[in-house]
Design a protein around this ligand. Structure first.
Ligand code: ADP
Ligand code: 5GP
Length: 206
């Protein structure tokens, strides 16, 4: 059974850092590579963080119902292709999605068992420091991201888990613990339990 982990956060909260540590340190996880109409930034390579496509192709794929969810974020389309889930299911992996709040709400409706995690910086001041330290964005973009963050964090109530990314090592361990704990929920391991129980019933001659 594939568990879908949906992770959202305002920009600069440390989501990419934490997701990359999670993917490297926890086994049997597949990252869902989204489709987007935004242009590649810096050294981004098609097929790694995103599949970069044109707007008309994205709209044609929407019409064909290819996306599990999609949304328009900062003027560009972003969407999760159905094949990401099928691939994870076929390979017996859990799936990690880095998507925005609108996409998370759509997916939670479609896959109620999906586990949703919201990442927060400890304060606005620290979020601003991290955005400046990352030095990827202009002053104007940083101001916009901070204003967006103030709005986006209001949606934290839609999520199962809220992780405050204060100390990086601790936040990483907490995120890994969420994934590991979800994996031993009874409903998720019924298939694993049955053969174990069988070994006991054989001994009882049942
Ligand atoms: P996001 O993907 O949410 O936009 P990033 O992962 O790019 O955020 O993190 C923003 C910046 O903050 C990066 O420079 C990253 O190295 C730094 N960072 C992330 N988590 C922490 C943390 N717990 N403490 C200090 N700096 C952090
Ligand atoms: P960026 O362009 O900075 O990589 O991402 C912008 C926003 O789009 C982030 O909040 C990210 O989580 C979100 N996003 C990325 N992929 C998807 C997707 O497939 N669906 C949705 N709904 N949001 C996405």
């Amino acid at each position: 059974m594939t568990t879908v982990f949906i992770i959202s956060a305002p920009s600069g909260s440390g989501k990419s850092t934490l997701v990359s540590r999670l993917m490297n340190e926890v086994e049997n996880l597949t990252f869902s590579v989204s489709y987007t109409t935004r242009k590649p930034r810096g050294a981004e390579i098609d097929g790694e963080a995103y599949r970069f496509i044109e707007r008309d192709e994205f709209e044609a794929r929407i019409a064909k119902g290819e996306f599990l969810e999609y949304a328009e974020v900062f003027g560009n389309y972003y969407g999760t292709h159905q094949s990401a889930l099928h691939l994870a299911e076929n390979e017996g992996q859990d799936l990690v999605l880095d998507i925005d709040v609108q996409g998370a709400a759509q997916l939670k409706k479609r896959i109620p068992d999906a586990v949703t995690i919201f990442i927060l910086a400890p304060s606005r001041e620290i979020l601003e420091q991290r955005l400046r330290y990352r030095s990827q964005d202009s002053d104007e973009v940083i101001r916009r991201r901070l204003a967006d963050a103030a709005r986006e964090i209001q949606d934290y109530r839609l999520y199962d888990y809220v992780l405050v990314n204060e100390e990086l090592e601790l936040a990483t361990e907490t995120l890994k613990s969420v994934v590991r704990a979800e994996r031993v929920k009874r409903v998720r391991i019924e298939e694993k339990i049955r053969p174990i129980l069988d070994t006991f019933s054989q001994a009882l001659g049942v």
